[in-house]
Design a protein around this ligand. Structure first.
Ligand code: MG
Length: 437
């Protein structure tokens, strides 16, 4: 099994976690809890589970907003645990469930972490949107689970912490993000030799547009991704290329590769999901239809390769594949800056981006304002906290036992929350100042 896992502590790759235990690999049906089951990733995951009903036992489902859809999913998969954002959602959810089915319903932000930590599921799919997904990922890692990780922000914000916990508890990370899943598959058995990771990016709906054209694009145009059907937030991130910026940070933490050995290639067809270059100059790529059921099946059924419901690719019909250098994307520069200056800059960047995307979706700011406001928030933070620069935001874990590590994790989560709140407030203030100027 170790052959299928990227190098744990090789000279070129230092993968974030050890492989899952032999016992986990052999235990079928696999018990799974899904954080964020009503979103695009969660629904695709349930489609894979429905395709392999005998291989999974759904132990928990959760949502932030769409209680009606959660009720439908729960009625079909009958998990004993559900989690929602607050008491009002919990009451509504209970009223929508079929008679005779009475799952335990957890409420409030801590409910998701409780669902992730709860021992009856061996596997957790972490698929909440944005920084809100961190607590669930950390809880699953503390519980030593196998984590199918779709929430990239967990690594962007606290990659060092997640790495530290996985090494202590034996939790394993399987990357769902399509690019990282592609790299993970290319590294199987060859991880320690990788010389360069090549992340592909579709370029989003506005690739090739001039600056003048970009100031006039609308939120509706931005959420219409040309290849991948996805949620709103990630579609905007894909249009600004901030999604790729976050993915550079995600790859850095996941594979332990310096940013200088992570290159971004624009590939509008999104057929090649990413590549790895090895020491001898050869490159391996993973190809497929742009459909998240494929990386989800690769993670949830790992190490088996079973039907995902996605038809195989017919390259003769695909025809031409194009690749371009990723130049002049401010969001990529911001991510590389945040990675090199360290401190809390990745936290600032992520929070400022979430706030700016919110303002853009409401029509309050123009598209090019998104990276501009993020850059301004990052500069303000670096100027106000010069001592913080150049240091890792997360100190190495020192606790000897689980409760101590848990306390360290909670302290870091609080610091992240505080900085997140301040950075959002900063973006709202800057945007307001612009609009009244
Ligand atoms: Mg991706």
């Amino acid at each position: 099994m170790a052959d299928l896992w990227p190098g744990l502590d090789g000279p070129n790759i230092s993968y974030i976690s050890p492989p899952p235990s032999e016992a986990w690999r052999r235990a079928w049906p696999r018990s799974i809890a899904i954080l964020g089951s009503t979103g695009s990733i969660g629904r695709n995951a349930l489609a894979v589970i429905a395709e392999h009903a005998d291989r999974f036992e759904v132990r928990g489902l959760s949502c932030a907003v769409n209680v009606e859809r959660l009720a439908e999913q729960a009625a079909r998969f009958r998990p004993p645990l559900l989690a929602v954002l607050n008491g009002e959602s919990a009451r509504k959810l209970k009223s929508l469930l079929p008679p005779g089915y009475t799952p335990r319903v957890l409420e409030g932000p801590t409910g998701y972490a409780e669902l992730a930590f709860e021992p009856s599921a061996s596997t957790v799919l972490s698929a909440q949107v944005g920084g809100a997904g961190l607590a669930g990922t950390v809880a699953a890692a503390l519980a030593g689970k196998v984590i199918c990780l779709a929430n990239k922000e967990s690594l962007v914000l606290a990659g060092d912490l997640v790495r530290g916990i996985c090494r202590r508890t034996g939790a394993a990370i399987l990357p769902v993000d399509s690019e990282h899943n592609a790299i993970f598959q290319c590294l199987a058995g060859r991880g320690q030799e990788a010389a360069q990771l090549l992340l592909t990016a579709s370029g989003g709906p506005f690739f090739g547009k001039s600056e003048g054209e970009l100031t006039r694009v609308t939120a509706e145009q931005a959420v219409r991704h040309p290849v991948w059907p996805m949620g709103k937030k990630i579609s905007i991130d894909s249009a600004t290329m901030m999604n790729k910026g976050l993915e550079i940070a995600e790859a850095f933490h996941l594979f332990g590769v310096p940013p200088s050995r992570i290159r971004v290639l624009i590939h509008p067809q999104s057929v090649v999901h990413s590549l790895v270059e090895f020491g001898d100059g050869s490159q391996l790529a993973q190809l497929g239809t742009a459909d998240m059921r494929m990386p989800l099946a690769a993670c949830m059924l790992w190490p088996l390769s079973l039907p995902s419901g996605v038809p195989g690719l017919d390259l003769a019909r695909t025809g031409h594949l194009a690749f371009f250098e990723a130049e002049a994307f401010p969001a990529l520069d911001l991510a590389r800056q945040a990675l090199s200056m360290r401190g809390g800059l990745l936290v600032v960047m992520n929070a400022a981006n979430e706030a700016a995307v919110e303002l853009f979706l409401k029509g309050h700011i123009a598209f090019p304002d998104i990276p501009r406001l993020i850059g301004a928030a990052m500069r303000a933070h670096a100027a106000a906290h010069p001592d913080d620069m150049g240091k890792p935001f997360c100190p190495p874990l020192t606790g000897a036992c689980l409760p101590d590590i848990q306390k360290e994790a909670q302290a870091l989560e609080k610091r992240i929350e505080r900085l997140d709140r301040q950075s959002r407030a900063m973006v709202f203030k800057l945007a307001k100042k612009d609009s009244t100027a």
